[in-house]
Write a protein that binds this ligand. Sequence first.
Ligand SMILES: NC(=O)c1ccc[n+]([C@@H]2O[C@H](COP(=O)([O-])OP(=O)(O)OC[C@H]3O[C@@H](n4cnc5c(N)ncnc54)[C@H](O)[C@@H]3O)[C@@H](O)[C@H]2O)c1
Ligand SMILES: CC(C)=CCC/C(C)=C/C=C/C(C)=C/C=C/C(C)=C/C=C/C=C(C)/C=C/C=C(C)/C=C/C=C(\C)CCC=C(C)C
Length: 516
Amino acid sequence: MTAGSQPCPSSNQSHTISNQSVFDTIVIGSGIGGLVTATQLAAKGASVLVLESYIIPGGSSGYFEREGYRFDVGASMIFGFGTKGTTNLLTRALEAVNVSLETIPDPVQIHYHLPGGLELKVHREYDNFLQELTAHFPDQRQGIRKFYDECWKVFNCLNAMDLLSLEELGYLTRVFFQHPLACLGLVKYLPQNVGDIARKYISDLELLKFIDMECYCWSVVPADKTPMINAGMVFSDRHYGGINYPVGGVGKIAQKLVEGLEKAGGQILYKARVGKILLEKGKAVGVQLVNGKEYRAKRIVSNATRWDTFEKLLPADQMPRVERKWQQRYQKSPGFLSLHLGVKADVLPPGTECHHIVLEDWENMEDAEGTIFVSIPTLLDPNLAPEGYHVFHTFTPSWMEDWQGLSPRQYEHKKEEAAGGLIERLERIFPGLDAGLDYMEVGTPRSHRRFLNRMDGTYGPIPRRKLMGLLGMPFNRTAIPGLYCVGDSTFPGQGLNAVAFSGFACAHRIAVDLGF
Ligand SMILES: NC(=O)c1ccc[n+]([C@@H]2O[C@H](COP(=O)([O-])OP(=O)(O)OC[C@H]3O[C@@H](n4cnc5c(N)ncnc54)[C@H](O)[C@@H]3O)[C@@H](O)[C@H]2O)c1
Ligand SMILES: CC(C)=CCC/C(C)=C/C=C/C(C)=C/C=C/C(C)=C/C=C/C=C(C)/C=C/C=C(C)/C=C/C=C(\C)CCC=C(C)C
């Protein structure tokens, strides 16, 4: 990825910001977590300034354009655009600032191509999915139904209530009186992981490996380390609100949120890289950009990862004890090696689905370049590529260590070699892929660190060992008064709908703190 032909940011990108001495809130970073916090607060009447180091908003949900193709940089399978219930947090976040986005329903969440010829589609229709899975494991029929039905129990609890800050006693009391059973249900599942529940119902080892993959492909850890609350959301919402792709690409979500933010009186500044969070008497009072410019606010929110926040924006040697403890529980997941491909349309057989997972040997599921993810968004929105071509985003876990200490030539060579290996493996599913290539741009964890500002290019935090479900994930307040975190290193973790939740919660907590 190079910055060369990035799209221009929206119109008011002059570097002047209204002459305000102290904002109610400054948000560092315009990922979806940061933007949901900002829009929620602006909608409540708070004065908000978002500072984004890049030239467009969105972070991992951004995009870039090359030769008529529009590529999503990271997030590609979008939850949270449902039309009913309370868990459709992206729809709600947009609505709160009077904007909306057209989306295209995806009939199949994932087409799995797994070891031993296990070919399987997760249909939007729950019963169709269960039928297809049961056809592969007929003697596990009951267990399959019971396991996935238990995931629905979690989802139904969440989908019954307003989702706001669990750090705010008034909300907790209200929600408990309104939905006592749903709250008790969630309390029961908060410390649990998927693996233990799956093993209650399922005995077939291959099926348990499949459940591992069902978790791994979004949580980057197997079922034993994946919190049940998150699985309840993912395994049910894909059949409830569904997976829906934004018309115009994933980048539109952030663009619309910015439009809503500005309509509500909030401001955003691009190319504004925060170098330091300013503290006075131990309290966060402002930020300093790397160019020396300072902005002050009553509350500071960091949408940078926890590692970036507490090791770079604040002095690493003064890290609060709770943050050290958090680092003992969670580590950085690998980043991704991403191939952004433009491919001739005739490579794809009719009926090809948008999202694919490819793995040849169960032993390699968690290895670097083990599992391959493919997303072909032009099957839903053809306007993202020139006529007759598709966008073909292929990515696979990859560690920063493998890309360091290389000369520019070695780095380019290694990228080409890795891309060649992935394309060769994908030829089994998409014969003619290599010959049909029209364009290729390769991103590595180094690209993610450079363009998304994520330490080591990580996808996000993963437990170092089996933890008690979600109980170890911090909420939005931090040990530093006046400083909050939002995004995928806060409860409940990775995923656009998950970071949208963290944004709702963070804004709610700040609004109560500031008396809005
Ligand atoms: N990283 C990936 O490759 C990837 C892939 C798929 C999905 N996702 C998803 O993307 C979401 C991440 O969302 P998020 O809200 O946590 O944040 P994010 O990482 O998407 O966005 C953070 C934003 O903060 C900006 N930023 C960081 N440090 C800054 C600084 N010092 N000054 C100014 N700006 C700064 C970055 O440029 C970025 O725009 C998660 O849902 C994750 O699961 C990520
Ligand atoms: C009061 C009392 C007593 C109590 C209380 C209790 C309570 C209330 C509790 C509550 C809780 C809550 C609210 C919670 C919440 C949660 C949530 C919201 C969650 C969410 C989640 C989500 C998620 C996880 C998502 C995710 C997703 C993802 C990550 C995705 C990804 C994807 C990918 C990567 C893809 C790829 C693939 C291909 C391409 C194939």
